[in-house]
Design a protein around this ligand. Structure first.
Ligand SMILES: Cc1cc2nc3c(=O)[nH]c(=O)nc-3n(C[C@H](O)[C@H](O)[C@H](O)COP(=O)(O)OP(=O)(O)OC[C@H]3O[C@@H](n4cnc5c(N)ncnc54)[C@H](O)[C@@H]3O)c2cc1C
Length: 238
């Protein structure tokens, strides 16, 4: 793998109440598979460096790389990326990284995606790859977010819903007006109602804050999904 690449910020777009999409131009970026991430490095004037991982929302060839960053209150790096970075700024990235939490369009099998908060980012790349390939593989995404204002990529995801792609939301604190049901965390019943059943044999990708991933993975195993079919990516935190 190559080393650090200069990444010029091309665009910054508000993506949620606390998040932003960063579009980067990265000369030398070799392209990436859906689900991969990169390391991003910031260097302060005094030479202090901080490195964090971010999933790549864009997919395929090309030197334009899209990230979506949620601000972690009191975090070291994410508040800078969400509030301070401007077009024209230059960051450094290294990647793409990860071969396990990846979906490839050649895979015809059913897929269940489960996202908590900004954990939707690598799953968005998978949904985009699925749509771009016109893959008939059954795809479902179950997204857990606090409120509608916290949902990343909602209009794009809703526009992609079709016979091969189903989208469900779990609103943990406040649902959109007119939404049936009560806000609350993902439950066994909610999972059973929205997700592909174990009998369908899906590969399951779960991504989000550590606590969400552990809770969702436990529900999936309790529902009968073989642990070997569940791939997880933890974003950190408790
Ligand atoms: C493979 C991978 C992919 C990732 N992709 C993304 C992505 O696409 N978008 C994105 O926004 N983040 C992503 N993350 C998380 C990201 O790497 C940082 O951890 C996050 O931005 C917080 O960094 P920070 O410097 O602001 O916080 P820090 O200063 O590192 O942490 C401050 C405090 O917040 C807690 N914390 C750290 N991360 C989280 C979190 N995710 N949720 C809750 N609490 C947390 C820490 O435990 C600590 O107590 C990814 C992480 C991994 C490992």
């Amino acid at each position: 793998m190559s080393g650090w690449l200069a990444a010029r910020v091309a665009e910054v777009v508000p993506a949620s109440a606390s998040g932003r999409v960063l579009v980067l131009d990265v000369p030398g970026w070799p392209g990436n598979l859906a689900g991969q991430h990169l390391d991003l490095r910031l260097t302060a004037e005094d030479g202090y460096q901080a490195v964090r991982s971010y999933s790549v929302a864009s997919v395929g060839a090309g030197e334009r790389v899209e990230l979506a960053v949620d601000e972690v209150p009191d975090g070291e790096v994410s508040p800078y990326l969400v509030q301070d970075v401007r077009p024209g700024d230059v960051l450094e990235v290294r990647g793409p990284l990860g071969r396990y939490f990846v979906w490839q369009p050649e895979d015809p099998g059913p897929v269940q995606l489960v996202a908590g908060g900004s954990g939707v980012v690598p799953l968005v790349a998978m949904v985009r790859a699925h749509a771009a390939a016109r893959s008939p593989a059954p795809f479902r995404l179950l997204c857990s977010v606090r409120t509608p204002a916290d949902a990343f990529y909602r209009p794009e995801l809703e526009a992609l819903v079709d016979d091969a792609f189903r989208l469900d939301w779990v609103w943990t604190r406040a649902a959109p007006p007119g939404w049936p049901g009560t806000p609350g965390r993902l439950t066994a019943a909610g999972l059973a109602a929205a997700a592909l059943p174990p009998e369908a044999g899906p590969t399951v990708y779960v991504c989000g804050p550590t606590g969400f991933v552990e809770a969702a993975a436990s529900l999936l195993v309790a529902a009968g999904h073989p642990p070997g079919r569940i791939r997880t990516e933890r974003f950190g935190g408790s």
